[in-house]
Design a protein around this ligand. Sequence first.
Ligand SMILES: [Fe+2]
Ligand SMILES: [Fe+2]
Length: 250
Amino acid sequence: MTRIALLADLHFGAHDPALVSALEEDIALMAPDVVAVAGDLTYRARPEEFTAAARFLGGLGLPVVAVPGNHDIPSLSLFDRFLDPFRDWRLAMGPEMEPAWSNAEVGLLGLNTVRRAALRKDWSAGRVSPPQLQRLAVRAAALPGRLLFVVAHHPFLHPPGNETRGKLGRAPLALAAFARLGITAVLTGHLHRPTVIANPGAPLLVITGTAVSWRRPPGAQNAWSLIETAERGVIVSHRAHGPAGFAPLV
Ligand SMILES: [Fe+2]
Ligand SMILES: [Fe+2]
């Protein structure tokens, strides 16, 4: 059995230190094999926010598969945004923005959906390119016999109640590619509210919440998600923060 901790939208710079400690404790308790981080590590893509995020993730002592989110490229300095949007990410997290991890049972494949600009008003909604999907097919083929998980920031479908959010560019193309490649589940964030979308014949779409940021939508708890492999597929449980710390979301 493999256990994957799915974190997203940590938003260091807009985080609660008490929640960071509670999250560290809960991750140690649940003992995952690997940590998937589905973007938005920072609030304003400031170097000190990246440093705090990298320190936290490094302190977990686990393999980390982290991809950027729309908050991880500069929004205030257009000069930095266009010239080298991932510079501070690379300095803190290393050069790879589509990392991978595998064991004998599962493979995690990072996919960077963040774009510095778009031919539409909402830059934050991101996009996938056909070459990225072609590379994903090659990367998936290099991991035969594994349950495959894609880790990306933006959801490929939005759950009910999020109809007004900007949609990820080329999401239908990506979903068709994921189905063709036999991807088991797609692990994302961005909405700050945990949910799972299951459709027959399609990969499970797992969207997790924000575990440590106060940037919660109304009525949402701080949350992260645990994905465990089982005899037939995977089991997803969201762990939400309450008075006694993190516990299964009911
Ligand atoms: Fe976010
Ligand atoms: Fe986001």
